[in-house]
Design a protein around this ligand. Sequence first.
Ligand SMILES: Cc1ncc(COP(=O)(O)O)c(C=O)c1O
Length: 379
Amino acid sequence: MSHLFPNYARKPFEIVKGTGLTVEDQSGKAYLDFTSGIGVVNLGHHYPAVETALAQQAAQLWHMPNLYENHLQEEVAADLAGEMDYVGYFCNSGAEANEAAIKLARKYTGKSKIVTFQQSFHGRTYGAMSATGQDSIHAGFQPLVPDFHYGIYNDQTSIDTLIDPQTAAVLVELIQGEGGVVPAEKKWLHALAKKCSETGALLMVDEVQTGMGRTGTLFAFQQFDIQPDIFTLAKGLGNGIPVGAMLGKQKLAQAFGAGTHGSTFGGNKLAMAAAKAVITTMKAPGFFETVNERSEELFAGLAAITSDKIVAVRGLGLMVGIQLISPEVLTEVSAALEAKGLLTLRAGQNVLRLLPALTVSQVEIQQALYLLREVLENK
Ligand SMILES: Cc1ncc(COP(=O)(O)O)c(C=O)c1O
């Protein structure tokens, strides 16, 4: 009998070690990891610069509360903002980052209405779950936090009818990750941003999965030509060390005065040391050129696969979704890939999701393509 709640459908093996994209289970079987721990280990397992930063910080100080100055938080927030006009708040997960965003939007605007989208995913806490536009995730947990309204993603009418002067904020993913790797249409997103500025609603972008380089730029919004009022990060920010962040425009800062919101662990020194090493690595010259070369190789290889199991291939950077013809086929394909040593993810009902580390090599892309071809072309 397990001593754990059965809230995860776990595979019957355990990954016990890993370096880069190679991981190994308890029996010694090796796998090529195209999951990055669901988009977390974006620099690969055991990444030396993060490990060194953590070891140095661990030898100095692990934790002090947010009662004292924290120069690492200042530096990480400044590094994330770059030339842009954002201030940061640190927490421990994506759901918490979205909770902070929802609370800040309501406090700043004095309004409660939040618009999100069907098939979105924003996390499992009450606010983040209420923002999530999926009935299956709400089931059994009602009543939800009130005044969340779910539009249809990429639908102009939803913008026209739902966003109004009573709206505090809109929370949107630029590529719906858990929902099936569905990118927002740029034109739709620009219309959404325009409607937000016309009505005074804050534009909040959930970059928990798309951020930290996943789509080929540090943040996905840099490719969609929008500037959110608020954006949230987690997953790849600490390369495996739990950390989340909410970045908001400077004008919002006064709404989060002392005592309004907080977290014991949020922005602790170990998490900040890891985040700083991650950002420094990603901002090094040439980092994203290489990521985008690998992305092109992966998409080109996928386009060359001829299989009647594939409906569509979508995504950006190294966030890739292969829509298959049915959930049953997805189960068969992912099991066959796993047996051959390639770890992949599911998204939505029938999408095989690939989230390799951004440090993936040309050879590893070709290895994954070879296995995908074998399984999808029934060789
Ligand atoms: C877009 C998005 N937002 C929020 C979350 C929740 O993050 P966490 O599991 O760290 O709370 C996820 C997790 O998959 C996500 O993909």
